[in-house]
Design a protein around this ligand. Structure first.
Ligand SMILES: [Mg+2]
Length: 197
C-alpha cells in the first residue's frame, strides 16, 4: 500500500464501503425485484445476501456486476454527513477502504468514490479476492495496521472485534444482535465522530 508521506504518522482506520458509506442494498433490491418479479426488502436481509436470494457467491457477484451497469446504481446515496465527518477525522486518521467485493469491481467503485467523495484518495482492498483463503477483513486490518474498522456487516465486525480491532458497527436493519467488548454500535455517522476525539 502506497501512502503519501504526509499521512504516514496518522492512525489508520478501515472503512467498509457498501451499506456503510452509501446505501447499496436498497437500490440493489429494487433492481433485483424488478428483474425477477420478487418482493425482497431490507427487512428480509440479515447480511447473508447469497443465502437469502438462494444464489452462489459467484452468481451474486454476477448480479452485482449487472446492477452496477444499470440506472439503479447510478446515484447510490451517501449516508448523512459521511463526507463531512470523514473530512474532520482525516486530520488525524488515515482511511483505508476494505470491501468484501472482489477486484473486478475496482473501476466502478473508484469512479463512484471520485464522484461521491472527491476530496479523498483512498487505498482500496478487495477481500472478495480471498474467499475461502486467508485474507478476511480482520487479517487485512492487522496486516496494514488499522486500529479500528467501520462496518455494516455484523459478521465482519465481530471477526475484527475478535482479532482485537475496535469495530464500529453502523446500525442498519440487517445487522441486529451481536455483542463484543470491542464492538460499538452507533446509530448514525454523527456518533462515529465522538468515538475518535
Ligand atoms: Mg458493507
Amino acid at each position: 500500500m502506497e501512502i503519501d508521506e504526509k499521512h504516514l504518522w496518522k492512525k489508520r482506520i478501515a472503512l467498509d464501503i457498501d451499506g456503510t458509506l452509501w446505501d447499496f442494498y436498497g437500490p440493489f433490491f429494487e433492481f433485483y425485484n424488478n428483474k425477477y418479479g420478487t418482493n425482497y426488502d431490507l427487512t428480509d436481509f440479515n447480511c447473508e445476501l447469497a443465502k437469502l436470494l438462494n444464489l452462489t457467491q459467484e452468481q451474486l457477484n454476477e448480479e452485482f456486476r449487472e446492477f452496477e451497469g444499470t440506472a439503479y446504481c447510478e446515484d447510490l446515496p451517501l449516508y448523512p454527513n459521511v463526507s463531512e465527518i470523514l473530512l474532520k477525522l482525516s486530520q488525524k486518521y488515515f482511511f483505508v477502504l476494505i470491501t468484501a467485493k472482489d477486484s473486478t469491481h475496482r473501476e466502478v467503485i473508484r469512479e463512484r468514490l471520485k464522484r461521491k467523495l472527491p476530496k479523498f484518495d483512498f487505498p482500496i482492498y478487495f477481500s472478495g479476492d480471498y474467499v475461502g483463503a486467508a485474507g478476511g477483513k480482520d487479517e487485512i486490518c492487522r496486516e496494514i495496521g488499522c486500529e479500528a474498522i467501520i462496518e455494516d456487516n455484523l459478521g465482519n465486525a465481530l471477526s475484527c472485534a475478535n482479532s482485537g480491532i475496535k469495530s464500529i458497527l453502523v446500525n442498519r436493519y440487517w445487522n441486529q444482535g451481536g455483542e463484543h467488548e470491542n464492538l460499538v454500535r452507533v446509530m448514525s455517522w454523527d456518533e462515529v465522530l465522538d468515538l475518535f476525539p
